[in-house]
Design a protein around this ligand. Structure first.
Ligand code: ADP
Ligand code: MG
Length: 337
């Protein structure tokens, strides 16, 4: 069987079924943003790893090494944030091609270090190898969480409100501008590009939500709203309704000229925003707002499975997951049909 017949998530499921697991010691294993492992009756070790491959995740013609280092750290921190944890330690494994210079590696670690130092984290190990052609980066982050406060993808209940932090779609639009060679363009375009190159993981927000005990489920938006909401719904066994006109879009995204798609399309399937998507019972809305996590209500969780989008006019359309599947080798466009 070809791997492309299964797709990325089908393959991950298959790996999970083959390899050993232990629900007691590792109550949250494969399938959430990070694993949550039992350290003591009251605390959990969080563990996550992400790989960035030249030519797949980044292009050194458009990405500077400082930003790449920052982003390699940030995408992992975002997964710890999505569990409501505090990131503590990290390891970096590099496959280095002959074309890369020492100065470039220095620059990578400068960006990486600024991102982790801000959060009091330390680099404690890794691995260094030669790669024949492409630069390959794997970062692992270990964090901690209070056992009873870990927020998984699986706790959303019908009637819960659906929230997202910050704005969506900026990174996807920034990538398009970057590819089009728009580096020196107007401030708006530059800010979208910056959001793509150096996303800010919502660690403090995730932590506040966890300690408050107000959120029922959470995931970070790494593949786009349509795709990541799909994961949250699937794991919680629920559906969702999203109000198109409530999705927070930045003024840069809505005002920049020359983008190929509508702003909403970047929000649905652009990906790499690294905002937090979470749910909370409707009666806790005021308390959520008082946490000051810059969250917007964008919809609600429903008993009826599947995702639906309610347009400004009140029409209801199925919301189809977009996002990237490594083995189907395409960025599917999340769509409203
Ligand atoms: P995220 O986008 O939050 O990083 P992914 O979509 O990459 O999550 O992965 C989904 C889940 O599958 C995560 O829990 C991840 O740890 C797990 N996973 C992905 N690839 C593998 C693998 N090769 N072996 C074991 N677990 C994996
Ligand atoms: Mg994630």
């Amino acid at each position: 069987m070809k791997i492309s017949d299964l797709g990325e998530f089908g393959l991950i499921d298959r790996i999970g079924k083959t390899a050993p697991s232990n629900a007691k010691r590792a109550p949250i294993g494969i399938g959430d943003d990070a694993a949550a492992l039992l350290l003591s009756p009251s605390s959990m070790l969080l563990a996550t790893t992400d790989m960035l491959i030249e030519g797949v995740h980044f292009d050194l013609k458009t990405t500077d090494l400082y930003s790449l280092g920052w982003k390699a750290a940030a995408v992992n921190l975002s997964d710890i944030a999505a569990m409501g944890g505090v990131p503590r330690f990290c390891l970096t494994a590099l496959g280095i091609p002959p074309s890369l210079t020492v100065e470039q590696v220095d620059e990578f670690y400068r960006g990486f270090s600024v991102c982790i130092r801000k959060r009091g984290m330390v680099l404690v190990g890794g691995d260094t190898c030669a790669s024949r052609k492409d630069f390959v980066i794997t970062v692992t982050v270990l964090g901690e969480a209070v056992r009873k406060r870990v927020i998984t993808r699986a706790g959303a209940r019908p009637g819960d409100l659906l929230y997202v932090t910050g704005t969506l779609g900026d990174s996807g639009a920034g990538l398009e501008l970057l590819k089009a060679g728009a580096r020196s363009q107007k401030p708006g375009a530059r800010r979208l590009i910056e959001k793509h190159l150096r996303p800010v993981p919502r660690v403090a927000e995730g932590r506040k939500l966890a300690l408050s005990g107000l959120a029922s489920a959470m995931i970070d938006v790494s593949d786009g709203l349509s795709s990541d909401l799909g994961h949250l719904c699937e794991q919680s066994g629920v559906g969702a309704e999203v109000f198109a006109d409530r999705i927070p879009l930045s003024k840069e995204l809505t005002s920049v000229k020359g983008l190929k798609q509508q702003p909403l399309e970047y929000a649905l399937s652009g990906g790499e925003d690294y905002e937090l998507l979470f749910t909370s019972p409707v009666e806790l809305e005021r308390e959520i707002m008082s946490l000051r996590v810059r969250a917007t209500v964008i919809g609600a969780i429903t008993r009826k499975k599947g995702m639906r989008m309610v347009t400004e006019k009140g029409d209801v359309h199925p919301l189809v997951p977009g996002g990237y599947d490594h083995f189907l080798r395409l960025r599917r466009r999340g769509s409203v049909r």
